[in-house]
Design a protein. Structure first.
Length: 171
C-alpha cells in the first residue's frame, strides 16, 4: 500500500481552512502539504484518525533523526523558550498546532479533504539561522520524516477502516 505523497499546495490553499488567515496574520507561508493515500471510511473522524496516527510507530530512520535533533536541540539550545507543539484549535475537519523556537515559528495543520487525511506545514524561519536550518533539514524532512508520517497515517486509516466497515451498497 502506498503511504500517500506530497500534493499540490494550490489544492490545499483553495479550501476554506481557518488556518489560512491565522498563518497570513503571523507571516507564515505554506511550506508543504502531504496526503495519506487511503481515504477514511464514512463515520471515521479526523480526531479518531489523529489519535490512531499518534499511536502508530515510526520508522527507525525517522526515530533516529528525531533523536539526533533532540540532542542537537539541547546542545545548540534550538528549543530555548519552546513549549513544543501546542494545540491552537480543533474543529471536525481540521486541527492546528503551533510551535516557536530559535529556528522557526510554524503551524502543523492536520485536516481531512475528500476523506483523505492531510498534514500541512506553515513556516516562518526565525532569522538567517532559521533559514539555514530549514535548508539543512529539507532533504531529511522530504525523504525520511514525511514518508514515515504518511506510512503511519496510512496504517492508522487501514486499522480504523477495518473497525468501521462501509455499509454494503444496495443491490
Amino acid at each position: 500500500m502506498s503511504g500517500g505523497g506530497r500534493i499540490d499546495p494550490a489544492d490545499h490553499l483553495r479550501r476554506p481552512w481557518r488556518v489560512h488567515g491565522l498563518a497570513a496574520g503571523e507571516g507564515l507561508a505554506l511550506h508543504d502539504v502531504w496526503e495519506v493515500a487511503t481515504p477514511l471510511a464514512p463515520g471515521v473522524t479526523l480526531a479518531a484518525w489523529f489519535a490512531a496516527f499518534r499511536g502508530e510507530s515510526r520508522s527507525l530512520a525517522s526515530r533516529a533523526l528525531f533523536g539526533v535533533r533532540a540532542v542537537l536541540g539541547r546542545v545548540l539550545q534550538l528549543d530555548r523558550g519552546s513549549t513544543g507543539f501546542v494545540p491552537a484549535y480543533q474543529e471536525p475537519d481540521e486541527q492546528l498546532f503551533r510551535i516557536t523556537n530559535r529556528t522557526v515559528t510554524a503551524f502543523l495543520h492536520i485536516s481531512v479533504a475528500d476523506r483523505r487525511p492531510r498534514i500541512a506545514v506553515y513556516v516562518r524561519p526565525n532569522g538567517r539561522f532559521g533559514q539555514a536550518y530549514l535548508h539543512l533539514i529539507e532533504p531529511f524532512r522530504r525523504w525520511v520524516v514525511y514518508p514515515a508520517m504518511l506510512s503511519a497515517g496510512g496504517r492508522a486509516v487501514v486499522r480504523l477502516n477495518r473497525d468501521h466497515p462501509s455499509p454494503d451498497p444496495l443491490p
